[in-house]
Ligand binder design. Sequence first.
Ligand code: DP6
Length: 322
Amino acid sequence: MATAKAHTNIALVKYWGKRDQDLILPHTDSLSLTLDEFYTTTTVEFDDQIDADAVSINGEPLSGKAYDKVAKFMDLVREMSGKTEFARVTSENYVPTAAGLASSASAFAALAGAASKAAGMELSRRDLSRLARRGSGSATRSIFGGLVEWQRGVDDATSFAEPIEEEVDFGIEMLAILVDTKEKKVSSRFGMQQSVETSPYYKLWPEIVADDMVAMKRAIEDRDVDAMGQIAESNALRMHALTLSAQPGFTYFDADTLAAMDEVKALRENGVSCYFTMDAGPNVKVIYDKKDRQVIYDALAQKFGADRIVVSKPGPGIEIWD
Ligand code: DP6
């Protein structure tokens, strides 16, 4: 039996598209910030008395597609470790409000940590990152804290994450505006594949990401939070252009997403440096330097309600224990 705690991460340069669906090998590198406020704790216990994996999240048994993903991942761990028993997988998602921003990134990173240890494997952090990748691409990066890069690699052995700065010693912070906490309508898995296969703009995406990766790493080296925000915002908008330009086109934005984007722009027009990013759902994340936290928080709390704003500092990497 083993337990692991992993934090979620938000990409500043997005992963959007796979060239291998089974191994989850991405078309591009990506870069993220691990967040302190959002995490998953998962315990895995192998048990020779059960005839299928038993999975629960926040006390509720998991079923359907979500269960199948976890069971497939556990099959992989059994194949790697030689273990034959099924397991009890008990997971808790810690999010500061009732719902929203629960993420496959922290979920599969924590599962990789707990399952591999419970199965008797002592994996390096690099190999843990490779294993987490097989559950969900973004989980690759949640093994590490702070600013993290996922190198796309050329095969299973070379596609893993590495920390850029595990201990972030400058002011970058992120706050989430939880505009909508319902299940997402189009999964990221389906949405990115649809973009790869049908958007005429997808061929430009690898070039965009390559340029953004270089610029983002330079901005990190320079501790230039403003430049980091600018690059992240433009990268996010270009990612979302791939969904709008798919066939049929779709979007993760709703009216509140656009209102939040406008509010961030209005703050900027008033001289406050802050930028937005969005993922496969309507919630908006705001990137800023902590010196500007209060003024940004006050403006957004007034507009959307304080209960919908969650401020997060950079968070740590995975922890695993018996
Ligand atoms: C928009 O990691 O959820 O958050 O690999 O199919 O499980 P799968 O997708 P997932 O996609 C994340 C997409 C994103 C951008 C990112 O995190 O880089």
